[in-house]
Design a protein around this ligand. Structure first.
Ligand SMILES: Nc1ncnc2c1ncn2[C@@H]1O[C@H](COP(=O)(O)OP(=O)(O)OP(=O)(O)O)[C@@H](O)[C@H]1O
Ligand SMILES: [Mg+2]
Length: 464
């Protein structure tokens, strides 16, 4: 009435119930004498234009996000470099300070901890620098288990304590022909996706095996030797719509700031560049398995397998029996390390960061014990390794327990509860010897009627 005309745009509901993005012009109609007679309304359907604008806005936001990521990459390189210098100063001075302390001083322990922390920091910074550097693609033979072990160290606690990673790499896994940094990045993306899908924690299982694709098989890959890697989570899974779009660039279901939707498209890009395959199986509520088929490297170091052996060699063929082992340690790094050593020996591991968690895992399977052996740290908050071993002896008398103890811990009793002890830090050799002895002992006593205790002669042979 006051201005004579009103322009406005907005969503309106059409008579058939559909939404229409409309531009409206409302004019006041007056007669020659200036008296107001009424209004006229002209309405134009602008839905198509609105949709285009929305898409443009989404693309702008995605571009901004990816530029931000690139910037973080560049910044990381710069900051990491300065930070490395700071760390060198910290480390150098800590070590100098430590040397001037009288022997046996209380303070030494604190300084040692600080030195270990700073060294870990230096490793981390080195990785970040590597990660941020703009690099030529560098395809070469890559040992997956070693790369994965390093990656776990880097990811460490980033995945959170509720996420357990179980890995199962056969002893004679063929090396891959791939750029190790890109592979690291791809695995990181897949692990983080799996973690994000498990809001209340859970386990991520990694399994790898050698595969040969022959001409005429129904697999789309070029015939040749491959390594198949399955990454399985017990998370929320995906519905068909999400699953069909998951690999699209910038497709994400995560809230702003949580995901850019670049992860899987990057993994797909890597897989394509090495002529591998990626498939994703997922159902809502039933978890997800991402399977990567990556080409194996042709060149082999001296002393490795001949061509034909690759397909047939499996963990089972290894001279030692493959065991399923529960590993418990409250220090994430130590836990990863023990699991990696055991995997290296061809065993399958179930890693847990506390005795309670491991007990829940053991109790979950009602009928048959899911494992052959337990390797546990002793000094842990809430429940010690020895207390844990006692519960195991009472509940599953035939399940052997190896107790790992540090130098300073003097656990005198418990010889009747644990099957063997292991001094920390232990290496592959110690670990293998102890496991072989315990496995033999456990087979022997199960054969002899399943007595809970190992014969004393056996115990003293194993206890060091
Ligand atoms: N393991 C999984 N379980 C359930 N959904 C998944 C899983 N992996 C991927 N998705 C779905 O696919 C989408 C795309 O994944 P992608 O890794 O490409 O991007 P993002 O994780 O959302 O973001 P970014 O990886 O860039 O941080 C995710 O948003 C999620 O909806
Ligand atoms: Mg992702």
């Amino acid at each position: 009435m006051r201005e004579g005309r009103l322009l406005q745009t907005g969503w309106r509901l059409a008579s058939d119930g559909t939404g229409v993005y409309a531009s409206e012009v409302i004019d006041a109609i007056r007669n020659d004498a200036g008296e107001h007679l009424g209004f006229s309304l002209a309405l134009r359907d602008n839905s198509a234009q609105a949709a285009t604008e929305q898409a443009l806005e989404a693309a702008r936001r995605a571009l901004f996000q990816s530029q931000k990521l690139e910037m973080i990459g560049q910044l990381t390189g710069g900051v990491a470099h300065d930070f490395n210098n700071l760390l060198s100063a910290i480390l150098g001075n800590l070590e100098l300070g430590r040397r001037r302390l009288p022997a046996g001083s209380d303070v030494t322990r604190f300084l040692d901890n600080a030195i270990v922390g700073a060294k870990r920091g230096a490793v981390l910074v080195g990785r970040m620098m590597n990660f941020a550097r703009e690099r030529e693609i560098d395809v070469r033979p890559v040992e997956l288990p070693a790369l994965f072990e390093d990656l776990c160290e880097l990811l460490g606690k980033a995945l959170g304590p509720e996420t357990v990673i179980q890995s199962n790499f056969p002893d004679k896994l063929a090396p891959l022909r791939i750029d190790p940094h890109q592979l690291e990045l791809a695995l990181m993306n897949l692990l983080i996706n799996a973690r994000d899908a498990m809001a209340r924690g859970g386990s991520i299982r990694l399994a790898a095996r050698n595969r040969r694709i022959v001409a005429g098989s129904d697999c789309a890959a070029v015939p040749g030797r491959y390594v198949q890697l399955d990454i399985t989570d017990s998370g929320c899974g995906m519905d068909t719509e999400t699953l069909s779009r998951a690999r699209e660039v910038f497709f994400t279901t995560k809230p702003p700031g949580k995901g850019t939707g670049l992860g899987l498209s990057m993994v797909q890009g890597l897989v394509d560049s090495v002529e591998g395959q990626m498939s994703i199986k997922s159902r809502p509520g039933k978890g997800t398995t991402v399977t990567l088929l990556l080409p194996a490297a042709m060149e082999r170091a001296a002393g490795e397998l001949a061509d034909d052996e690759v397909e047939t060699v499996d963990v089972e063929d290894h001279q030692e029996r493959k065991l399923r082992i529960v590993v418990v340690d409250d220090d994430a790094l130590v836990l990863m390390n023990s699991a990696a050593l055991l995997n290296d020996l061809g065993h399958e591991t179930f890693a847990h960061s506390s005795a309670e968690e491991a007990l829940t895992f053991l109790r979950r399977s009602k009928t048959r014990l899911p494992v052959d052996l337990v390797l546990t740290d002793h000094a842990m908050p809430r429940m010690t390794g020895l207390e844990f071993a006692r519960i195991i002896r009472d509940s599953w008398p035939s399940l052997p327990v190896i107790l790992a103890t540090g130098y300073s811990e003097d656990v005198v009793d418990g010889n009747d509860i644990v099957s063997a002890r292991l001094q920390k830090p232990f290496g592959l050799r110690d670990l293998r010897a102890t496991i072989t002895a315990v496995a033999e002992g456990s087979a022997a006593r199960n054969g002899a009627g399943g007595a809970a205790m190992m014969p004393p002669s056996r115990v003293s042979a194993i206890l060091r």
